[in-house]
Design a protein around this ligand. Structure first.
Ligand code: CP
Ligand code: NVA
Length: 302
């Protein structure tokens, strides 16, 4: 594994290796055991979109690993004034040991990896959010102990989270059911991959997708960059919500996750959100541990 660009680049074994290391790093952090695997290394963090969790967890994680994180706002970089990614990649490769980038187009992340000489980590694009999904898988395994035999259900927009959850969930052996309104389906390449599994369902019915689910996940109806579509989407996604009715058709002990930020009373009710806050905020914490594992896998010397 040279980069983390999208879930489909990872084998099942690589995903499980990252999750095992993430569990170990979480244990070490909680018990005050030093883990300076990236002493003297630097990570550049390029943000072309807003972030709370990704920025703070990468920055803190790099510090905890003994390395140094640099926050690089695209507003201040020449990339924000049109300097090509190809040139940015080749320059930054000479200063840094790794780059985390949050941007719009997946191609930009793939180009950084193609033209640079250092590991690239996708911190969210319009297509994928692999760091979040690694943290989600870590959280599911913490709560449920296993992946085999679990049904994961995603309700909402066929966006970066849906694309990454579908691939990640199927790769670790879960049944995956997704409910999206027509016209808002996940990416075609993702669906082509998913349709080769008998245990994948795409439906327009949230109740069908949620039936007997062990894990229920949703995300905002309008992602970053879709600000002009908010009102149209509020209408299109009405009913695509995790609420008491959906919880009633899922398993009694179903867990609920949300990558955050959440829009209460849109994709999830306040009541369900607060009833499952423990899982949702553990999921947010696990961003730190999962990303530290990714950085160690990609950037440590040994
Ligand atoms: N879930 C997530 O990626 O959060 P941020 O946008 O705050 O980084
Ligand atoms: N789908 C959301 C996820 C935010 C973490 C977005 O792209 O804005």
């Amino acid at each position: 594994m040279k980069h983390l660009l999208k879930m489909s680049d990872l084998s099942t074994e690589e995903i499980l290796d990252i999750l095992n290391l993430a569990d170990q790093l979480k244990y070490e952090l909680k018990h005050g055991i030093p883990h300076n695997h990236l002493k003297g290394k630097t990570l550049g963090m390029i943000f072309q979109k807003a972030s709370t969790r990704t920025r703070v967890s990468f920055e803190t994680g790099m510090y905890q690993l003994g390395g140094y994180p640099l926050f690089l706002s695209s507003a201040d970089l020449q990339i924000g004034r049109g300097e090509p990614v190809q040139d940015t990649a080749r320059v930054l490769s000479r200063y840094l040991d790794g780059i985390m980038i949050r941007t719009f187009e997946q191609k930009e992340v793939e180009d950084l990896a193609k033209f640079g000489q250092i590991p690239i980590i996708n911190g969210l694009t319009d297509f994928a959010h692999p760091c979040q999904v690694l943290a989600d898988l870590m959280t599911i395994r913490e709560v449920k102990n296993v992946f085999d035999g679990l049904k994961m259900c995603f309700i909402g927009d066929g966006n970066n989270m849906a694309n990454s959850l579908i691939v990640g969930g199927l790769k670790v052996g879960m049944e995956v059911a997704v409910a999206c309104p027509n016209g808002f389906h996940p990416d075609k390449q993702v669906l082509d991959f998913a349709n080769s599994f008998d245990c994948f369902t795409l439906t327009d019915s949230p109740a069908v997708a949620a039936k007997d689910a062990d894990v229920l996940i949703t995300d905002v109806w309008s992602s970053m960059g879709m600000e002009d579509e908010i009102e149209m989407r509020k209408k299109a996604f009405k009913g695509y919500q995790i609420n008491d009715e959906i919880m009633a058709v899922a398993k009694n002990d179903a867990m609920v996750m949300h990558c955050l930020p959440a829009h209460r009373e849109e994709e999830i009710t306040t009541k369900v959100f607060e009833a499952h806050a423990k899982e949702i905020f553990e999921e947010a914490e696990n961003r730190l541990h999962a990303q530290k594992a990714v950085m160690v896998k990609l950037m440590a010397d040994n």
